[in-house]
Design a protein around this ligand. Sequence first.
Ligand SMILES: NC(=O)c1ccc[n+]([C@@H]2O[C@H](COP(=O)([O-])OP(=O)(O)OC[C@H]3O[C@@H](n4cnc5c(N)ncnc54)[C@H](O)[C@@H]3O)[C@@H](O)[C@H]2O)c1
Length: 257
Amino acid sequence: MGDKPIALVTGAGWWPDYDPGIGLALAREMGERGHRVLVTDRELAPAQRSVEQLKSEGLDARAAVLDVTDKAQCKAVLDKLIAAEGRLDTLVNAAALTLARWGLKQFHDILPEQCDQEIEVTLKGALNVTRAALPAMYQRGAGSIIFISSVMGYEPSPQMSIYGLSKAALINFTMSLAAEAGPRGIRVNAICPGVIKTRVTNRMPPAHTEKFLRNSALHRVGEPAEIAKVAGFLVSEAASFVTGQAIRVDGGSMGIV
Ligand SMILES: NC(=O)c1ccc[n+]([C@@H]2O[C@H](COP(=O)([O-])OP(=O)(O)OC[C@H]3O[C@@H](n4cnc5c(N)ncnc54)[C@H](O)[C@@H]3O)[C@@H](O)[C@H]2O)c1
């Protein structure tokens, strides 16, 4: 087993023609905190693009395909990582289906298949990766898991109800898993971002964003790095007594309604 801590970040690819997402900022933060980072996404090319960027910044990163809905692939990627590195210190679950996929829709307009797919990726995907990661973390008796939830997991999420439902479930799961994993040396926390400048929010109808910002204390959109810095704190020794928490990083959002 090497001395270097190992992190895996899901949904961390950088897609062509888009601003980088929160996943790349999370991977960068883990790299800057001394991790070797496995950058994953559902396709290899975006993960590789993120890795090229991180390497150009002097960080230690490599890329892998990890479709979080594919349970066999989750196990295979985690098994391969543990075989190569001997450890997994940090898991950051950032993959999600966001409105980049099908935009804002009221519940009665969402097709049943779209509902299923949202839950499959945003909720069950995070469970699949975490399930595959836990044995190695339990064996070492150390590690930190972060779920990227959303302010929509706390607040009503009109026109994104199934996304909000999935993110809310992750908050509850964070508390349950923290209780189970704490005695085994693992801390589990969630981060609930507000409106963060990414390809997703770039596509949000301006009126929707404006309403969010009006109902917030800081009246501005956040930067991916402002989420990543909190993740960096959560995986650090400074957060050694912090677990089972869902931390809102949302500029003081008071919701959209
Ligand atoms: N941008 C925001 O304002 C905001 C607010 C709250 C929460 N979040 C959350 O932050 C995280 C990152 O969001 P983002 O804004 O960077 O959006 P994004 O769409 O750029 O990132 C999501 C990533 O997940 C990947 N993904 C989708 N399906 C996948 C699958 N089946 N397997 C693996 N990866 C898959 C996508 O390819 C993409 O790279 C998400 O969990 C999102 O829900 C974002």
